[in-house]
Design a protein around this ligand. Structure first.
Ligand code: TEU
Ligand code: CA
Length: 556
């Protein structure tokens, strides 16, 4: 068993705009993060994944970078960043920065140059094409953020590709000069002491030659087969590994919409020298209809467990899983997969147990450790996320959609669910800011906040703290082989983790009702010693799990 820091670590994601505001402008910032490092140290996390803090016009809240070498003014200065890094390292916490290199902002100097003329040396840093004879864009690809993935630039007399917003032009990774510029930038941050990178949509960087039309009958087709896991993506990631990553002791995770297990094994097989782990998305579509995330569909434990099981088995001996149900792009897991009402605390703890006892590296998204929930703002004006606002406009204006139905989709799946400010206490603005927050605060902050959680031994926070501590004490949680039990149970997800002579049994009730538990032999009659659980041990019944009950037992 080859041990590795990044397999044993627990990662905490900070979305800086919403984490902590230190200067009263209503926007989270680096000095706000500095003021909360003791909180992170108490929780016990090993790594912070910091969403982008580089210069950006914030069309997509920092995922549209205009200068990779400087800190966004609203977030602070490079000196603040250096003080934050030093404070993390002093507490034994590593820093993984967000590397967004599939695209830049259209305000990046490279793009300003590139669009200025076809002869400009930066022209081929981006993907320019003439439109079709009939005036249509070069192909029929749709953007992730509604509308076409091409924008005509009059100055340049051609279209440029943008898989995301019109202010996020895609970089041309087929250009070796661009790749060298990216590698130089990565070295700049690694030389400053950064411990790793989370790589934004990194499996989209290689597009199929000729940029062929996507499938689909409408005016916009699905171009994803022509840019997901593209022809040169492994070549480029191996080159990045050889030119940069292999020269440092770093942790890497690639965010990969549409990645399959077969591809994930290739991206994360150590022998291939590419990345260490990936974020896959299959389980994030378990409650989506044919039309995508905004088409709400019921999910079942069968569907969720089948996906998680497939990935556990698929990467069991080659590669490594990233375990998450939350991030800045996803709704809050306790609202989506648990119960954010009567059983909020129990179900938040049950989902945490899942993420910390499956095989892989657990990722905690800010506020998840408090059991923070989704939000329902009173009007579309309170929503800020470009993905949501573009969809709303597209469906209302272009498709004459039903506003009530659209708002229901936003309540369930909108990214702003995860972007309401951290709830630090029950005081004004939840202790997030002394000013007016850039986005409204979830009104339930009076009951759900860090101050309450830290002093309550039965809080979700302390349960996370126990799970994280357990991981350091028991390598079976990290390296133990996973084996599924009860593959057909409607409400219970049950599995074992085995390392040498030690075997743990995990049983999780995903329903709000008691669930009958009968295990196959030898597990049924094995002696069980509870290691951790989200209910009192005294009330444990061998054949019933209480609503959203999680049990982790050592077998002997
Ligand atoms: O997200 C990539 C991505 O696929 C998202 O668009 C996600 O699938 C979708 O938002 C789910 O609703 C990354 C970043 O995490 C996201 O914040 C950025 O908006 C996007 O890339 C562009 O950089
Ligand atoms: Ca601020």
């Amino acid at each position: 068993m080859e041990r590795a820091f990044w397999k044993e670590a627990v990662v905490y994601q900070i979305y800086p705009r919403s984490f902590m505001d230190s200067n009263g402008d209503g926007i989270g910032d680096l000095r706000g993060i500095i003021s909360k490092l003791d909180y992170l140290q108490e929780l016990g996390v090993d790594v912070v994944w910091l969403s982008p803090v580089y210069q950006s016009p914030n069309d997509d809240n920092g995922y549209d970078i205009s200068d990779y070498y400087n800190i966004m003014n609203e977030f602070g200065t490079m000196a603040d960043w250096e003080e934050m890094l030093e404070g993390m390292h002093r507490r034994g916490i590593k820093l993984m920065m967000d590397l967004v290199v599939n695209h830049t902002s259209d305000e990046h100097a490279w793009f300003v140059e590139s669009r200025s003329s076809k002869e400009n040396p930066y022209r081929d840093y981006y993907i320019w094409r003439p439109g079709k004879e009939d005036g249509r864009p070069p192909n029929n690809w749709g953007s992730f953020f509604s509308g076409p993935a091409w924008k005509k630039d009059e100055a340049a007399g051609e279209y440029y590709l943008h898989l995301f917003s019109t202010k996020q032009p895609d970089l041309n990774w087929d250009n070796p000069k661009l790749r060298t510029s990216i590698y130089d930038m990565m070295k700049f941050w690694l030389d400053k002491g950064v411990d790793g990178f989370r790589m934004d949509v990194i499996n989209l960087i290689s597009k199929v030659e000729g940029l062929p039309d996507g499938t689909g009958e409408g005016e916009l087709g699905d171009g994803s087969p022509h840019y997901m896991n593209g022809p040169h993506v492994h070549e480029y990631l191996h080159e990045m590994n050889q030119e940069v990553l292999s020269k440092y002791d770093v942790m890497t995770v690639g965010e990969m919409p549409g990645v399959t297990i077969e591809e994930a094994v290739k991206y994360t097989d150590a022998a291939r020298e590419e990345l260490q782990m990936v974020f896959q998305f299959e389980h994030m579509h378990v409650d989506a209809g044919e039309q995508g995330k905004w088409e709400l569909a019921p999910w079942t434990l069968h569907k969720l467990r089948d996906i998680l099981h497939k990935w556990q088995m698929g990467l069991q001996h080659h590669g490594w899983n990233s375990l998450y149900l939350n991030n800045h792009d996803q709704p809050r897991m306790v609202s989506r997969f648990g119960n954010d009402g009567e059983y909020r605390v129990q179900s938040a703890k049950m989902l945490a147990t899942l993420l910390h006892t499956l095989k892989g590296t657990p990722y905690i998204y800010q506020g998840e450790e408090l059991g923070m929930t989704n939000v329902k703002f009173g009007s579309i004006e309170e929503y800020k996320d470009i993905e949501t606002l573009n969809m709303y406009k597209d469906r209302m204006d272009r498709l004459g959609g039903d506003q009530k139905e659209i708002m229901e989709s936003i309540y369930a799946k909108g990214r702003d669910n995860a972007r309401t400010p951290m709830q630090w206490n029950d005081g004004p603005q939840a202790g997030f800011t002394s000013g007016t927050p850039w986005i409204s605060i979830n009104p339930n902050y009076k009951e759900i906040n860090a101050a309450q959680a830290v002093q309550d031994p039965d809080s979700v926070f302390h349960y996370y703290k126990q799970l994280i501590a357990l991981r350091k004490q028991h390598l079976v949680m990290v390296y133990g082989d996973y084996e599924l039990l009860l593959p057909d149970h409607e409400f219970i997800y049950a599995y074992t983790r085995t390392l040498d002579q030690e075997q743990w049994l995990i049983t999780l009730n995903f329903s709000g009702a008691p669930a009958f538990l009968e295990l196959p032999e030898p597990y049924e009659s094995a002696h069980k010693e509870r290691v951790i659980g989200n209910y009192s041990e005294a009330g444990m019944e061998p054949h019933f799990l209480r609503p959203y009950e999680a049990r982790v037992c050592r077998l002997s």
